[in-house]
Ligand binder design. Structure first.
Ligand SMILES: [Cu+2]
Length: 205
């Protein structure tokens, strides 16, 4: 078996384990895990598309955006009633200690996904389009490896800790993202997922 195949097999096996580990979840815990899982599935389709590894399809982008919009904002926060953590959940108490930030990130997710949806017909960036961003100047643009886009601390959007209009975690409004290549919206979504997970979810092994 080639190394690449072996690695993908391992990756798939660990996804399976993660799902099993949470199979005891019920009620609101299960509901939010299912919602998160749907978004995770959407990301698995979008990621190779945004890297140019699969054919670009704006309809798929819009459908994925709708999945996220549907699970964002109050739809998400309503699935986190106070104190609803503990096994098998990996949600942290920080959620309720810093509820405003948690809720803001849930809101930003909807905005970012809305921006990505509106940008679907703009299509993908080519490395030339993205000049001006620090990483792009090196000639190893985001489209080169796909790594820069996914790294939490890399790429044109910085660390994801910026603010627009005082909203924690929001780098760009939907209006801004709608004018940009779709990658920007995708990056905003990705960084919102990881910003929330870093702060409010325990390390998943
Ligand atoms: Cu789970």
């Amino acid at each position: 078996m080639g190394l690449k195949i072996w690695i993908s097999a391992m990756a798939m096996a660990s996804f399976g384990l993660a799902a099993l580990a949470h199979s005891g979840a019920t009620g609101v815990m299960k509901e939010r895990m299912d919602a998160m899982g749907e978004m995770g599935d959407a990301m698995k389709v979008l990621t190779p598309m945004m890297r140019g590894q699969t054919a670009y399809d704006p309809e798929v982008v819009r459908a994925a955006a709708d999945t996220m919009i549907g699970h964002a904002g109050s739809s998400m926060t309503s699935l986190f009633p106070e104190g609803s953590n503990g096994k098998p959940s990996v949600a942290l108490d920080t959620i309720w200690e810093e509820w405003e930030e948690f809720a803001a990130l849930a809101e930003v997710l909807g905005n970012s996904a809305a921006g990505m949806k509106r940008a679907a017909d703009n299509g993908l960036a080519t490395p030339g389009d993205m000049s001006g961003g620090g990483k792009m100047g090196t000639g190893q643009g985001m489209m080169g490896t796909g790594q820069a886009m996914m790294g939490a601390d890399q790429g044109m959007m910085g660390t994801g800790k910026g603010m627009v209009g005082g909203t924690p975690g929001q780098m760009m409004t939907a209006d801004m993202l709608a004018e940009m290549p779709v990658n920007a919206g995708f990056m905003a979504v990705t960084q919102t997922c990881s910003a929330c997970h870093q702060k409010f979810r325990a390390e998943v092994n």
